[in-house]
Design a binder for this molecule. Sequence first.
Ligand code: NDP
Length: 247
Amino acid sequence: MKFENKTAVITGGSRGIGLAIAKKLASQGANIAILYVGDESEGIAAKEALAEYNTKVEQYFCDVSDFNASKEVVDKVIEEFGGIDILVNNAGITRDKLVLNMDEKDFDAVIGVNLKGTFNMIKHTYKHFMKKRYGRIVSTSSVVGIMGNAGQANYSASKAGIIGMTKSVAKELAGRGVTVNAVAPGYIGTDMTNALSDKVKDAMKAQIPAKRIGTPEDVANVVAFLCSDDAAYVTGEVIKVDGGLAM
Ligand code: NDP
């Protein structure tokens, strides 16, 4: 049980990649705090999906783009769980459009959740990890943060920003036993990508050397490694989980 007596906070842990990460960590003993923004039933469903692992699981309604709300929830988790060992910044949204049609709201919303949300969560756990002289921070970037993608200027910028933030905070916290890494998934089958048309899906699949769409579990396995003590000497790294798409 690699994560016995460890507490992991997972933003966007109610479904998709975040829920797969929650399951993977809980299956190895981690207590889990899930942050979500949608319907309460989603949070409850996630809690039920994790019940079989018999670890402590709580879900918190929290819009990670809200600086004060995310601080309140981080403080609450520290109080209710007795501390935090692992932070997984996974919450993310898309508002895909060509810049021609992208308005200010589309840009601000995506940067607000994906990039500022990641900053907010790191900011509010930073001192806690420093004092503890231990911590694992893993954020979900994307291959489009490395390659760019037409129609995703806002999203790609947010995901590229996560890479810069990851490397900067890794340098700040490396001497304190805190590692800070990112994963860059390619095309993973979740609600986010199910919303794409079949034509777009087929075109994307054709570009993947592994010839299959990734699963949330493919990403969760790599995140779990980065959260483990096996990865103690890995920091400031971005690991692509993309079946070779962006090599
Ligand atoms: P989903 O759309 O399936 O899930 C998104 C999750 O983020 C949900 O749990 C949602 O909560 C949560 N969320 C959204 N906005 C907020 C917010 N303001 N505050 C807190 N939580 C929020 O996405 P995926 O599982 O596909 O994606 C997870 C991450 O992986 C994202 O960061 C995404 O950008 C990234 N990614 C995904 C890829 C893919 O192909 N799927 C590829 C590359 C990166 P709720 O359920 O309450 O709505």
